[in-house]
Design a protein around this ligand. Structure first.
Ligand code: FRU
Length: 467
C-alpha cells in the first residue's frame, strides 16, 4: 500500500475517532496514550536538539496488533508532550507487515532511526530486515531501506535494534530466536550505521550459566550505569513460579560487565523490572544531564489486553511515566523522573492508623507514604494492595475471566510512592527498590481507601492534567 494512502487512512482514523477517545474517563490526565488505536512499545527514545523524542508502536487503524506505524511525541521537559507528525508508516515491501520496534541515535547532528521491517509470508513464516531512516531539518523522516538482512542461524524473529556509539563505532543489539527456538541477544558493529558486522551472541537461553530461558528475547537494551553494564530485555516463555514471572511475558534485566574487546557479556541473574500486571518492552535513553531514563509500555501482548474497556472508545494502552534508573549493587532502582514534580498541585498531609485515614482522590495524584505494620490500600474496589509481614500483594479481578489474580513483592516495605492516573497506578516501593505498574478501570473520580492497623504517614498531591 502506498505511503500516501496509509497516511490518509491514519489521518481519517484520528480525525473520526479522537474526540470519542479524548472523552473517555479512563483516558490518562498525564500519561501518554495514543490519540486512537492501539499503542505498544516505546521506540526511538532520545534527547535531541534540546527536546526529548519518544516514538511508539502504533496501529492507528484499529484496536488490534497488525501492521505497525511509528507515532511520535516530543517534549522539552518530559512532562508536557506534543504529538508530532507520524514518523514511519509500513509502506515498503521490506516492512510490509509493520515498522517494528527500534531506536534513535544522533549521527553527527542527524537523528537516525534503526527499526525492524517485519515481513510475513502466506505460509505463516516471516523475515525481518533491520532498516534505517533519517530525519531532516523540517522533521520529515526519509527511509534508506534495509541495512541488515536476516542473519543465518535464526528464524524470522530477529528484531528491535537498539543502537549506541562507543569509541567512534556504532553497536547494535537485536532480539532473536535461533533455529533451536531459543531466545538470544545478537551484537553487531558498524563504522557508519550502514555496514554491519556480526560480533555473535552476547546473551540468551542456555548461555552465561542460564538454563532454558525462553523461546524468544525481545527489545534488548544494553547500557552502562555506574560503572556496570546492564542488559534490559524481554525473554518470552519463562514458566510461572510461585512468587515471580507471573505475567505471560516478562521484562527484566541482567547486571554484569560487557567487554568491548572480547564482546563477552558476563552477567548475574535475571530480575524483573516491574512486578505489576502491565509492563513490557521498555526503552532507555540518556537525559540532557546524563541520567538514564526508562519508559515502558503499560501493557502486555497476552490477549487479555483486549478485555480492557477503552477499546469500546477506540483506543488502547498507555506508557509508564518516565523513570530514572540508578544501580544499588546489582539491582536497578527506579524513581519517577524528578521533572514530574512540576505536575504537583495542592498538597495535603495526613498521619495515623491506616483505618482512621479518610479516602483520598486518586484520579490524578501522587502519594508519598511511610508505612509500618499491616495496611490495605483499595483503589475504588478495583485494585487492592495488601502490605503484610512478607511484603506486598497486589490483587484484582482478571478482566477476561473475572477470577482474582495476584502479583507479589517480598521484602520489608518502608515507603511507597504512588503515581496515580485515571486508569493506572505505578507503585514504587522503598524509593524504587521495586515497582508494580497496573491498569485498572474504575468509574469516574476513583478514591483510595485505607484499612488495617498499621501506621501510615502520607503526603498527597493532586497532579495537573498535561496531555
Ligand atoms: C514487543 C514487540 C516487539 C516488536 C513489536 C511489534 O512488544 O513484539 O518485539 O518489534 O512489539 O509491535
Amino acid at each position: 500500500m502506498s505511503e500516501a494512502h496509509q497516511l490518509k487512512q491514519a489521518l481519517r482514523a484520528v480525525l473520526s475517532g479522537q474526540q470519542r477517545a479524548a472523552a473517555d474517563h479512563h483516558r490518562p490526565a498525564w500519561h501518554l496514550a495514543p490519540p486512537v488505536g492501539l499503542m505498544n512499545d516505546p521506540n526511538g527514545f532520545i534527547h535531541f536538539n534540546q527536546r526529548y523524542v519518544l516514538c511508539y508502536q502504533w496501529n492507528p487503524l484499529a484496536c488490534a496488533h497488525g501492521a505497525k506505524f511509528w507515532g511520535q511525541w516530543s517534549s522539552a521537559d518530559l512532562v508536557n508532550w506534543r504529538h508530532e507528525p507520524l514518523a514511519l508508516a509500513p509502506s515498503e515491501s521490506y516492512e510490509s507487515h509493520g515498522c517494528y520496534s527500534g531506536s534513535a541515535v544522533d549521527n553527527q547532528g542527524v537523528m537516525t532511526l534503526l527499526y525492524t521491517g517485519n515481513v510475513k509470508f502466506d505460509d505463516g513464516s516471516r523475515t525481518a530486515w533491520q532498516c534505517l531512516a533519517t530525519r531532516d531539518e523540517q522533521g520529515e523522516f526519509h527511509k534508506h531501506g534495509p541495512v541488515l538482512a536476516l542473519p543465518e542461524g535464526y528464524t524470522g524473529h530477529v528484531r528491535d535494534p537498539k543502537v549506541w556509539q562507543h569509541d567512534g563505532l556504532w553497536y547494535m543489539v537485536l532480539g532473536a530466536q535461533d533455529l533451536a527456538l531459543q531466545g538470544k541477544v545478537l551484537l553487531f558493529r558498524s563504522p557508519d550505521l550502514h555496514q554491519w558486522t556480526s560480533l555473535g551472541e552476547i546473551a540468551g537461553s542456555h548461555m552465561n550459566g542460564l538454563g532454558e530461558f525462553g523461546y524468544m528475547w525481545e527489545c534488548p537494551d544494553l547500557f552502562e550505569l555506574d560503572g556496570r553494564s546492564v542488559l534490559v530485555v524481554c525473554p518470552q516463555g519463562l514458566a510461572v513460579e510461585e512468587w515471580r514471572w507471573r505475567n505471560t511475558f516478562q521484562s527484566g534485566y541482567f547486571c554484569g560487565s560487557f567487554d568491548y574487546n572480547t564482546h563477552q557479556f558476563r552477567h548475574d541473574e535475571f530480575h524483573e523490572l516491574d512486578l505489576g500486571f502491565e509492563f513490557y518492552a521498555p526503552q532507555t535513553c540518556l537525559s540532557d544531564d546524563g541520567r538514564r531514563l526508562l519508559i515502558g509500555w503499560m501493557g502486555i501482548p497476552d490477549g487479555d489486553e483486549f478485555f480492557q474497556p477503552t477499546q469500546a472508545n477506540g483506543w488502547m494502552h498507555i506508557m509508564t511515566c518516565p523513570r530514572e534508573l540508578t544501580l544499588h549493587g546489582d539491582r536497578l532502582y527506579q524513581q519517577p523522573a524528578r521533572e514530574l514534580q512540576q505536575l504537583r498541585g495542592e498538597e495535603s498531609r495526613l498521619a495515623g492508623s491506616a483505618q482512621t485515614l479518610p479516602a483520598l482522590p486518586v484520579n490524578s495524584a501522587e502519594l508519598a507514604l511511610t508505612v509500618s505494620g499491616a495496611c490495605e490500600l483499595d483503589f475504588a474496589g478495583e485494585l487492592h494492595l495488601t502490605i503484610h509481614a512478607q511484603g506486598v500483594t497486589l490483587w484484582r479481578n482478571n478482566l477476561r475471566s473475572g477470577e482474582p489474580e495476584e502479583r507479589y513483592w517480598r521484602g520489608e516495605v518502608r515507603t511507597l510512592r504512588l503515581m496515580c492516573d485515571r486508569s493506572s497506578v505505578e507503585i514504587f516501593i522503598n524509593d524504587g527498590e521495586a515497582v508494580m505498574s497496573s491498569r485498572y478501570f474504575p468509574s469516574a473520580n476513583p478514591e483510595l481507601h485505607f484499612s488495617g492497623t498499621g501506621e501510615i504517614g502520607l503526603r498527597h498531591w493532586s497532579l495537573r492534567q498535561c496531555v
